[in-house]
Design a protein around this ligand. Structure first.
Ligand SMILES: [Zn+2]
Length: 141
């Protein structure tokens, strides 16, 4: 089998930040790296789950909502994937800053009732806000 694109990235040289990892046709894949790969510090599952709910809601309500293909967690728990149609980093970075500024003001978790979510008890709003604030300060410095 072919090695998939995201395994071709040298994770030893990858740090906290926002990067376009690859482009296929009009779909741009961005790595929102919250944690240093193999750094020993990973996002907690409940925290990731809550960030997924909040940021997916923000992006899908943004001015680029029609171009959002996917937002979801990385299995290695160091960050998230954001897939956008025809949107380059010059637009995605300010958009992401705007989305995070909005996201850290949430006081409830969208879609977190039993009928809306597959693991509705596993959420951590406080932890999600803390990690998003940390990430926001990392990408804006
Ligand atoms: Zn859920």
């Amino acid at each position: 089998m072919d090695k998939i694109k995201s395994f071709e990235i040298n994770h030893d040289e990858h740090h906290i930040g926002l990067y376009m990892s690859h482009q296929e046709y009009s779909i741009y894949t961005y790595d929102m790296r919250f944690k240093t790969p193999n750094g020993g510090d990973y996002l907690d599952s409940a925290v990731m789950h809550t960030i997924e709910h909040i940021l997916a809601t923000c992006y899908r309500n943004s001015k680029y909502r029609e171009q959002v293909v996917y937002f979801g967690p990385m299995g290695c728990r160091t960050g998230f994937y954001l897939l956008m149609r025809d949107l380059d980093i010059d637009k995605v970075l300010p958009l992401t800053v705007e989305m995070l500024r909005l996201a850290i003001q949430f006081d409830t978790i969208p879609g977190s009732t039993k009928s809306e979510c597959g693991n509705y008890l596993e959420h951590d709003l406080e932890g999600a806000i803390r990690e998003m604030k940390k990430y926001l300060s990392n990408i804006t410095q």
